[in-house]
Unconditional design. Structure first.
Length: 137
C-alpha cells in the first residue's frame, strides 16, 4: 500500500481510505491499468505518479468544469425558436403564445439531451482511444 503523509497519516477515515487504496492498487495493476499506462504496471511508457482513482477524480473534475455548457448551449439554441412556427407580427409576441412557448421548451429539453449525449460519448471515445486528458464538449 502507498504511504500517505499529511492529514491521512493520523486519520484513515475509519478504514475507508485503506479500502480505496486496496481497490486503487488492484485496478492500477490490472489490465485496465496496463491499457491506460498507469504507474504500477511496470511499462516504460507509464504515466508517472498516477493511479486509477486519481484518473477517475480528474475525469469527474473535468466533467464538473465543463457541465455548464449543457444548459448554456440549450438555452441559447432554444431562444432562437428553432423549428417552432409563429406567424405573429412582431416576432416578440411569439413568446406570449402558449403553443410556441411549449414548442421552445420541448426544443430546449431536446438540446440538453443531445448536448449531454454527444459531449459524453465524444469525451469517452477520445479518452479511451487516445489516452489523452482532453474533454470534448
Amino acid at each position: 500500500m502507498r504511504q500517505h503523509g499529511g492529514p491521512w497519516q493520523h486519520s484513515r477515515l475509519f478504514g475507508v481510505r485503506d479500502c480505496l487504496d486496496f481497490i486503487d492498487d488492484r485496478l492500477t495493476k490490472s489490465k485496465i491499468g496496463n491499457f491506460f499506462n498507469l504507474t504500477a504496471d511496470g511499462c516504460p511508457d507509464s504515466v508517472r505518479a498516477t493511479t486509477f482513482l486519481r484518473e477517475i477524480r480528474a475525469g469527474l473534475t473535468t466533467f464538473a468544469t465543463m457541465a455548464y455548457i449543457i444548459a448554456v448551449n440549450a438555452s441559447i439554441m432554444s431562444q432562437t425558436g428553432g423549428t417552432c412556427k409563429c406567424d405573429a407580427e412582431p416576432k416578440l409576441l411569439c413568446d406570449s403564445i402558449p403553443e410556441f412557448a411549449a414548442c421552445k421548451e420541448a426544443m430546449r429539453r431536446d438540446m440538453i439531451a443531445a448536448t449531454a449525449a454527444i459531449a459524453g460519448m465524444a469525451t469517452l471515445v477520445f479518452g479511451a482511444l487516445t489516452n489523452l486528458p482532453v474533454a470534448l464538449g
